[in-house]
Ligand binder design. Sequence first.
Ligand code: ASP
Length: 315
Amino acid sequence: MQNKAEKIVLLGTGGTIAGTSAQAGDNVGYTAGQLSVGHLIAAVPALGHVPLEAEQVAQLDSKDMSHAVWQALAQRVAAHLARPDVAGVVITHGTDTLEETAWFLHRALAPQKPVVLTCAMRPASSLQPDGPQNLLDAVTVAQSAVAQGVLCVAQGQVLAAEDVRKVHGYRIDAFSAGDAGPVARVEEGQLIALRPWPQAQALGLAAIAQDVAQWPRVGLVCSHAGAEPWAVEAAVAAGLQGLVVEGTGNGTVHHGLEAALHKAQSAGLRVLRASRCVAGGVVGAPTGALPSAGGLTPAKARVELLLQLLAKAST
Ligand code: ASP
């Protein structure tokens, strides 16, 4: 089902999809975030028939994503979704932090209309860029009257914000939804739903409205062989309010690090325990264990903790 009469808003933020290299065959030595979202639309003739509006919210390599851009992006998405003439929003984004932005937007806004992040692993100047097809597929999902929530579209797969994770640093099939699998597929302009659309409880724009310079500082430490408490101690000394520990296996933490985290938690630092495994998250919560991040990746757990601290501060 499609809302053909309704508008799709395309918000550009940069990334490899908007990247160019000096040599067309160079898929590595390029600069991300060079072409405007208008250029990306012009490269897909089929989009000429779609009522589109384009806006450049940022122009960066998503490895450099900032909280200020997240705040501006969430505000622009919310403003467009509130318009009755808008069916959905597409965001062009770098692949590196796409899953973090997706979780940020999903938890902040929990939109009833589709908000679709799309991307590319090859720059626009590539001999065979993957961006144009991903963009077209993303618009197909955004036009759907049934799709909802924050989604990622790449390589014909529609992945929920909760599940999406970058799992490959080079190949064009760089994203996975792990055990959950995709929520839908796009094939030749047809959206094929596979399971229910993701839902969430929106924290709301008020929670993220305060000056980003005042946002709580939340860090990430990794548990590994030979881990020592210095990273936790440095986080406490630097005045962080939250810390995610990227645990081994089912969220297990090296004893040197764990003792320091318990001590920091007793002193008021919020801690979440995630897993560094490529799939599976943290299952269960043994007595005395640090709070679990459940199925969230460490990077998304950091976003979650940041948002929880922001929501608390705004009430
Ligand atoms: N570094 C790039 C970015 O995240 C990678 C990409 O888009 O594939 O913006």
